[in-house]
Design a protein around this ligand. Structure first.
Ligand SMILES: Cc1cc2nc3c(=O)[nH]c(=O)nc-3n(C[C@H](O)[C@H](O)[C@H](O)COP(=O)(O)OP(=O)(O)OC[C@H]3O[C@@H](n4cnc5c(N)ncnc54)[C@H](O)[C@@H]3O)c2cc1C
Length: 394
């Protein structure tokens, strides 16, 4: 998000400085790895307009860079027909039911791959795709530099303070100090720690350990599950919530993983946790829904640890920090395992909030920022969740 914001701000002529605590493109946060998915099917109606804005901005950034990081694919959602989140997601995303809904065509492209469980449906939508994650972050950093931004890594920010009207001071662990008119804070899983130490506020952003799993495609089916064959990104509602990208980065393997994981401390992680809780439910799901095509014997062939930064309602935080900082410090955080696709839109919105005090792009694209405000937690610790039993969902 920080790299996207730096690109957006420097594209508008701002003198932007991007500070990163570790090495650039490190593996200790949330944005590394081979792939992320984009889709417009969301249970919450406020995300599809943001996804459509982002989709356009992905194209613009790629045109600016001269290479591609996003491979478009169709997107498929599967889920219990009576699951309200599944129904809302396909409704909000304009997906067409292709199996299990009663009115579907007699055959659909992936009928031979998915065994849709009794009582479930599958719905297809056009806006899907795979972003090359690390390559995309590198692209936004390179574009930001091209537009005049300065990027410094191994710079841990330890304090943000006001120094008079219109001046924000940022101090790093190495003792350097930087002054600017505005400061955008996009520190992922470190958000609650930094915000607490700067303003004493408890922002409910919980770091979570999660696992990316790649599974072996069964012999004879390697070509079928690829982006070249038009295979979709997909999500499966219910418990567990499963997501997948087509076979692409590792030929012969397909990424299928479970959303979520156990809470963790980003500064003392146990990289090995979760094999049982995070891989076994996926294996059981594969054996039920894709038994003919994906091999679960022996578990996933490749695993990679990653972190989510979860809010209680799984909605992002995109807001001014307020208090003594007023509109001069802006926070983009709590992307809850579904932020990558919206990086370009969030970066643009954060930059406009910093430079103009409001986001014109959000207004023009019909993106409602109200559900992403910090004050939603003031009267309700669960934010946008109305009922105690409600759960968020990516
Ligand atoms: C396994 C996995 C799969 C996912 N799949 C999808 C998907 O398919 N689609 C999708 O849209 N999203 C997906 N996501 C979510 C998405 O990747 C994240 O929402 C997004 O990358 C979050 O970006 P961020 O900038 O908030 O965090 P990060 O990328 O972690 O960036 C925060 C940066 O701030 C730095 N930092 C922290 N503290 C300081 C400090 N004090 N000083 C300086 N620097 C600091 C960190 O080192 C880090 O580099 C997935 C996430 C994971 C983990």
């Amino acid at each position: 998000m920080g790299s996207c914001a730096a690109y957006a701000a420097s594209s508008r002529g701002a003198r932007a400085l991007l500070l990163e605590q570790f090495d650039l493109l490190h593996h200790r946060g949330s944005s590394h790895g081979e792939s992320r998915t984009i889709r417009a099917t969301y249970p919450q109606a406020h995300y599809p307009p943001m996804v459509r804005l982002s989709r356009r901005l992905w194209e613009e950034a790629q045109a600016d860079a001269g290479y591609r990081v996003l491979t478009p694919t169709p997107h498929l959602d599967l889920g219990p027909r009576d699951d309200p989140e599944f129904r809302a997601a396909i409704g909000n995303g304009g997906a067409a039911v292709v199996a299990g809904g009663g009115a579907e065509p007699s055959s659909w492209p992936w009928a031979g791959v998915f065994r849709v469980p009794e009582g479930w449906a599958a719905a297809s939508s056009e806006l899907g795709g795979v972003m090359k994650a690390t390559k995309a972050v590198a692209m936004f950093q390179a574009l930001a530099v091209k537009k005049g931004a300065v990027v410094r890594d191994r710079m841990e920010v330890i304090d943000i303070a006001r120094r008079g009207e219109g001046s924000i001071l940022v101090r790093t662990a190495s003792g350097e100090e930087f002054h600017g008119a505005k400061c955008i804070v996009t520190v992922g899983a470190w958000t609650s720690k930094l915000v607490k130490s700067v303003v004493g506020m408890d922002l409910p952003v919980q770091p979570v350990h999660t696992l990316i799993c790649h599974w072996k495609v069964k012999p004879g089916h390697k070509g079928e599950l690829t982006t070249e064959a038009g295979f979709p990104t997909f999500a499966s509602y219910g418990d567990p919530y499963i997501y997948s990208t087509p076979s692409m980065e590792f030929p012969g393997l397909i990424k299928i993983a479970k959303h979520g994981g156990p809470p963790c401390d980003p500064d003392s992680r146990d990289w090995s946790t979760g094999a049982a809780d995070l891989a076994e439910p996926v294996a059981r799901w594969i054996d039920t829904v894709m038994p003919g095509h994906v091999d679960t014997a022996g578990g996933p062939v490749i695993r990679q640890s990653c972190m989510y930064s979860m809010t209680p309602d799984e909605d992002y935080v995109v807001d001014f920090l307020g208090g003594e900082f007023g509109k001069d410090v802006i926070v983009g955080a709590g992307f809850s395992g579904h932020g990558f696709k919206n990086g370009p839109a969030v970066g643009r919105i954060l930059a406009e909030m910093a430079m103009d005090g409001e986001s014109r792009s959000a207004v023009e694209a019909g993106v409602d920022l109200e559900p992403l405000r910090i004050d939603r937690f003031v009267d309700n610790p669960k934010g946008n969740l109305k009922n105690p039993g409600d759960q968020g969902r990516q």
